[in-house]
Write a protein that binds this ligand. Structure first.
Ligand SMILES: Cc1cc2nc3c(=O)[nH]c(=O)nc-3n(C[C@H](O)[C@H](O)[C@H](O)COP(=O)(O)O)c2cc1C
Length: 225
């Protein structure tokens, strides 16, 4: 797959086959991902690849706490809610997903089901918990660097037929993830990536999210034309 096809064809995958993912393949994907650039080559990232019983315990603990009304416990500062144009884009993608999934606006039960799927990391067979060195927590460049590595991971997976969705929902209760996965205290949990073979029959997997045109995000200066 050429680079443009790879990037343009990738979508977030939220429905997976139960088939396991070979460890060697995940190793290959991480080998590619860690080629990301980083500030002064600091390479602040770590990944913890979880499957099977520990992943089920993470899903259960995360879901139980969230459904019990616990406040999200993230290691990084996050906004409570988006506003304005950011909120609008968030609503747009949710509408696209809910439309194909047949989740009507007022159907609280179906909406809750969808949210819970997120807390379970979409029942993916693998979760990659993405971390970085805690002593860089207040250096947002480390977040940038780790994000670059994470996108590389998702693309490397996609090029091998593996689907993924970067998701905050799966690590909303980060202390649960830390305890079950044995993540050391000197690492900050940034996000996680659900990973597995896409279930082609799961309609939300066909949703193509929208992007702004180049002219809306770009200014060119000093060009002749
Ligand atoms: C940092 C980050 C966190 C995300 N968290 C979630 C999440 O919790 N649940 C979810 O369904 N998607 C999550 N996503 C996926 C985005 O919704 C998705 O990337 C966006 O809508 C664009 O769609 P696409 O990935 O299919 O192009 C997250 C993506 C990123 C980069």
């Amino acid at each position: 797959m050429d680079f443009q096809t790879l990037v343009k064809s990738r979508r977030s995958i939220r429905g997976y086959k139960i088939d396991p993912v070979p460890k060697a393949l995940i190793d290959e994907v991480i080998e590619v991902a860690k080629g990301a650039p980083s500030s002064m080559n600091t390479q602040p990232w770590y990944v913890h690849v979880v499957t099977g019983e520990p992943l089920d315990r993470i899903r259960a603990g995360n879901t139980e706490k969230m459904m019990g009304g616990a406040k999200p416990q993230r290691d990084i500062p996050t906004r409570e809610a988006y506003e304005g144009i950011h909120r609008q884009r968030q609503v747009d993608i949710a509408k696209q997903l809910f439309a194909v999934m047949g989740i009507e606006r007022h159907n609280k039960e179906k909406r809750m089901d969808w949210v819970m799927r997120g807390f379970r990391q979409f029942d993916a067979p693998v979760s990659v918990v993405v971390c970085f060195d805690r002593n860089l927590l207040n250096n947002t460049i480390a977040h940038f660097d780790t994000g670059a590595m994470t996108y590389g991971l998702v693309l490397a997976a996609w090029s091998r037929g593996l689907g993924a969705v970067i998701n905050g929902q799966g690590i909303m209760q980060s202390p649960v993830v830390r305890e079950v996965a044995g993540i050391p205290d000197d690492q900050v949990i940034l996000t996680c990536v659900a990973l597995g073979w896409p279930d082609e029959t799961f309609v939300a997997n066909s949703v193509v999210s929208r992007r702004r045109p180049v002219e809306n995000v770009t200014r060119f200066l000093g060009f002749d034309d």
